[in-house]
Write a protein that binds this ligand. Structure first.
Ligand SMILES: *[C@@H]1O[C@H](CO)[C@@H](O)[C@H](O)[C@H]1NC(C)=O
Ligand SMILES: *[C@@H]1O[C@H](CO)[C@@H](O)[C@H](O)[C@H]1NC(C)=O
Ligand SMILES: *[C@@H]1O[C@H](CO)[C@@H](O)[C@H](O)[C@H]1NC(C)=O
Ligand SMILES: *[C@@H]1O[C@H](CO)[C@@H](O)[C@H](O)[C@H]1NC(C)=O
Ligand SMILES: *[C@@H]1O[C@H](CO)[C@@H](O)[C@H](O)[C@H]1NC(C)=O
Ligand SMILES: *[C@@H]1O[C@H](CO)[C@@H](O)[C@H](O)[C@H]1NC(C)=O
Ligand SMILES: *[C@@H]1O[C@H](CO)[C@@H](O)[C@H](O)[C@H]1NC(C)=O
Ligand SMILES: *[C@@H]1O[C@H](CO)[C@@H](O)[C@H](O)[C@H]1NC(C)=O
Ligand SMILES: *[C@@H]1O[C@H](CO)[C@@H](O)[C@H](O)[C@H]1NC(C)=O
Length: 241
C-alpha cells in the first residue's frame, strides 16, 4: 500500500502575506533519488546518524548542499537535497546563530496522506513561530513514499555576510523534523546542528588529507532554460503512482 507522490516544479507560485496563494504547477514523473554519491567531493553532506546513507533508508536524516560560483554582491546560488522519515515534515535550516538570529528553514512535508508540500519559512531564534521567508526557491522536486520524504530545491543568492567574521558561504546547518498540525508545519524538532560550515567547500566537515577542496568543484544545476522563479511557498501535490 505504498503510494509515491511526486511533485515537480516548473511551478510558479505567488504568495502574499495575507496567506492568499496563486499556484500554477504541473507534474512530471522524475522521481527524486538522493544518494551519498559525491559527498565530500562535489557536495557537502550533513546527516544524522553520522555517515548514514539516505538511499532507501528512512532512518537517515540527510541533507546536502552544492554551491555555485559566488556572484558578489548577489550571493551564491545553492542547490539542496533533503531526505528523511516523517509523517509530518523534515527541514533543512541555515543560520548564523541558531538561538539568537533568524533561521531560514526549508521544509518538505506531507499533508494528509502523502500530499507533498514545500515551504520556505523563517523563525527567530528559539521561537516556535514560523514566518514567511521572502526568498525565491526554484526547481522544487519532492517525493513522498510512506513516511519517507525526499526533496530537492535551489536557492539563489544566499549570502551569510551579516558579520565580518563569516565568509559569505559560511552557515550553521540545521536538520530537523516536525508534525503537520491542521495543515501547517508545527514546531521544529532539531535533530542536528552543525558547526559553522563553508557550504562552498564540500569537504568542510570531513577530515581528509587525500582530497583537498578544489575551487569550483560542483556547480548546482541552476541554469536550465525555462526555469521559472518561485516566489515561495506552499506547493500542493502531484501525482499518485
Ligand atoms: C539512484 O541513483 C543512483 C546513482 O546516482 C543509481 O545507481 C540508482 O539506480 C538510482 N536509483 C533509482 C531508484 O533511480
Ligand atoms: C539505515 O541507517 C541506519 C543509521 O545509519 C543504520 O543503522 C541501518 O543499518 C541502515 N539500514 C539499512 C537497511 O541500511
Ligand atoms: C555579500 O554581501 C556583502 C555585503 O552585503 C557584499 O559585500 C558581498 O560582496 C556579498 N558576497 C557575495 C558572494 O555576494
Ligand atoms: C518513521 O516515522 C514514523 C512516524 O513519523 C515512525 O513511526 C517510524 O518509526 C519512523 N521510522 C523510522 C525507520 O525511523
Ligand atoms: C549565538 O549568540 C549568543 C548570544 O549572542 C552567543 O552566546 C552564542 O555563542 C552564539 N552562538 C554561535 C554559534 O555563535
Ligand atoms: C527576534 O527576537 C529578538 C528577541 O526576542 C528581537 O529582539 C528581534 O527584534 C527579533 N527579530 C525579528 C526580525 O523579529
Ligand atoms: C543564480 O541564479 C540566478 C537566478 O536563477 C541566475 O540568474 C544566475 O545566473 C545564477 N548564477 C549562477 C552563477 O549560476
Ligand atoms: C494541507 O491541506 C489543507 C487542506 O487541503 C490545506 O488547507 C493546507 O493549506 C495544506 N497545508 C500545506 C502546508 O500544504
Ligand atoms: C576530525 O578529526 C578530529 C580529531 O582527529 C575529530 O575530533 C573530529 O571528530 C573529526 N571530524 C570529523 C567530521 O570526522
Amino acid at each position: 500500500m505504498e503510494r509515491v507522490l511526486i511533485l515537480l516544479t516548473t511551478t510558479v507560485m505567488l504568495f502574499m502575506a495575507t496567506g492568499v496563494q496563486a499556484m500554477l504547477s504541473f507534474a512530471n514523473n522524475k522521481e527524486v533519488n538522493i544518494t551519498r554519491t559525491g559527498c565530500g567531493v562535489t557536495k557537502l553532506c550533513v546527516e544524522t546518524p553520522d555517515n548514514c546513507d539516505p538511499t532507501g533508508n528512512s532512518s537517515c536524516l540527510f541533507g546536502s548542499v552544492t554551491a555555485g560560483t559566488p556572484m558578489p554582491p548577489n550571493g551564491v546560488n545553492m542547490s539542496f537535497e533533503l531526505s528523511g522519515n516523517s509523517s509530518g515534515y523534515i527541514a533543512l535550516g541555515l543560520t548564523l546563530n541558531e538561538t539568537m538570529g533568524i533561521n531560514m528553514l526549508f521544509i518538505c512535508g506531507q499533508n494528509g496522506s502523502d500530499m507533498f508540500f514545500f515551504q520556505a519559512v523563517s523563525k527567530n531564534g528559539t521561537s516556535e513561530m514560523f514566518e514567511v521567508l521572502n526568498r525565491d526557491v526554484m526547481e522544487i522536486r519532492g517525493t513522498v513514499n510512506g513516511d519517507m520524504i525526499q526533496c530537492e530545491f535551489n536557492v539563489p543568492g544566499l549570502n551569510a555576510t551579516n558579520t565580518r567574521s563569516f565568509h559569505a558561504t559560511t552557515f550553521i546547518v540545521i536538520l530537523g523534523h516536525g508534525n503537520v498540525i491542521g495543515g501547517s508545519p508545527g514546531p521544529l524538532r532539531v535533530a542536528l546542528t552543525t558547526n559553522p560550515l563553508n557550504l562552498a567547500d564540500p569537504a568542510s566537515n570531513v577530515n581528509t588529507t587525500s582530497m583537498p577542496p578544489t575551487g569550483g568543484a560542483g556547480r548546482p544545476h541552476l541554469s536550465h532554460a525555462g526555469l521559472l522563479l518561485l516566489s515561495i511557498l506552499t506547493l500542493g501535490v502531484l501525482k499518485t503512482v
